[in-house]
Design a protein around this ligand. Structure first.
Ligand code: FEO
Length: 388
């Protein structure tokens, strides 16, 4: 796969992986992208995961022919991109590494050496000429680790964007970009919206025609579509008008209430209703939906005087990822001392700019006339704006 006559793809697809970064289900695998820029001088952008360094080196050698690389540009030190550094430096003893000071510190930690005699230390705004290609390095701390930098090639108007604009999924599987890019973004960099906004501001000053991320497809066409989604996600704005109902249920009574609410929301004109059982569905997908929709309904049982474990875990993910700017409503169930609604609110205290719905649904074991009325009133409240 060629990006242009002089920029080549040398990455790999991983279909062996069970959990990406030790936690994310990736049914369609993962791509670890790496790029080669051929000019008077030759630069390689990042390496790949440790299980694929041999395949990657073969890809590199095939594209190089009889030439040798001059530079290894290390934009990110997370091992899915950095595991091949040592073997690359051993294979090409005349090559030099370019990276940030923070990245060289991490090399010392990961590999016991920081290549002090074969390196160029990069600061924000530094440039490197390969001949026609002129590379400018832009620091992008916390997108997704502190040492990260991205690189702009002004000759071909390419942004090598590190983890930004990546997605789950190998490149030999055809799937919707936004769905798996959103789950990837919210899960992996969702906490660092402000830092992503800073990077987007820097990128806005550049004339970009192609984005080459470290995961997922190379983006050429309609770049404003992807950049607009990144603007929405990183500013914690609402992407889709509608309600996401996240529930847990022990014997089915809370589930019944959640499903009934979904039906009533649709009857009341809610443009989109999504509903998930937190115990049975992919947690990362549920977290993604909480960030996607404008309103979130949390329905759970009281459990050991607190809340049911999967809901607790879900709320941990939300607070940890900086969940904010949303309307939240509560449905609680409890057969003797219901406290779930109060406890869910307490767990959401660190979140900024949440509006709690005035109507709550309090179920004592099973829905009855009183809680059905509360459910009706909550559906009406959540749909008021859709009628205006
Ligand atoms: Fe794809 Fe943050 O590593």
């Amino acid at each position: 796969m060629n990006i242009s006559d002089s920029i080549k793809y040398i990455g790999v697809n991983d279909h062996k992986i069970d959990l990406f970064e030790g936690q994310y289900i990736v049914e369609n695998g993962m791509a670890y992208n790496s790029y080669l820029v051929l000019d008077d001088k030759i630069a390689v952008f990042d390496t790949v995961d440790s299980n694929f360094t041999e395949e990657w080196l073969n890809n590199l050698k095939e594209q190089l022919g009889s030439r040798k690389p001059d530079y290894l540009i290390v934009q990110h030190m997370e091992p899915d991109h950095s595991a091949g550094i040592t073997i690359f430096m051993d294979t090409y003893p005349d090559a030099v590494i370019l990276s940030s000071a923070a990245a060289f510190n991490m090399m010392k930690q990961f590999f016991g050496q920081d290549f002090s005699d074969r390196r160029i230390l990069i600061k924000d705004g530094d440039s490197l000429s390969l001949g026609k290609h002129s590379l400018t390095f832009v620091s992008a701390p916390m997108v997704h680790w502190p040492e990260v930098m991205v690189t702009y090639d002004s000759y071909e108007k390419v942004l090598f964007s590190a983890d930004a604009f990546g997605k789950f999924g190998a490149l030999d599987v055809d799937e919707d970009w936004a769905c798996e890019a959103r789950r990837y973004y919210i899960g992996i960099v969702g906490k660092y919206g402000m830092q992503v906004q800073n990077l987007l501001k820097k990128a806005a000053a550049l004339d970009i025609e192609t984005i080459c991320p470290l995961h997922g497809p190379i983006l050429h066409d309609n770049l404003s579509y992807y950049i607009n989604l990144y603007q929405i996600w990183s500013s914690y704005s609402v992407e889709t008008d509608g309600v996401f109902i996240a529930y847990t249920s022990v014997y089915g009574h809370t589930k019944e209430a959640a499903k009934l609410l979904a039906k009533k929301l649709e009857e009341n004109g809610c443009p989109k209703v999504a509903i998930s059982d937190l115990a049975r569905e992919d947690m990362a997908e549920c977290v993604e939906d909480a960030f996607r929709y404008g309103k979130l309904v949390l329905a759970t049982t009281t459990y050991n005087a607190g809340i049911f474990p999967y809901m607790k875990e879900f709320l941990d993910h939300l607070t940890e990822h900086n969940f904010q700017n949303r309307t939240v409503a509560f449905i609680e169930n409890g057969s003797w001392a219901p406290t779930a609604a109060k406890n869910m609110k307490l767990l959401l205290e660190p979140c900024k700019n949440l509006t709690f719905a005035q109507n709550e649904v309090h179920i004592k074991s099973a829905l009855n006339e009183e809680s059905l009325t509360q459910l009706e009133e909550l559906a009406t409240e959540l749909c008021v704006e859709y009628h205006s």
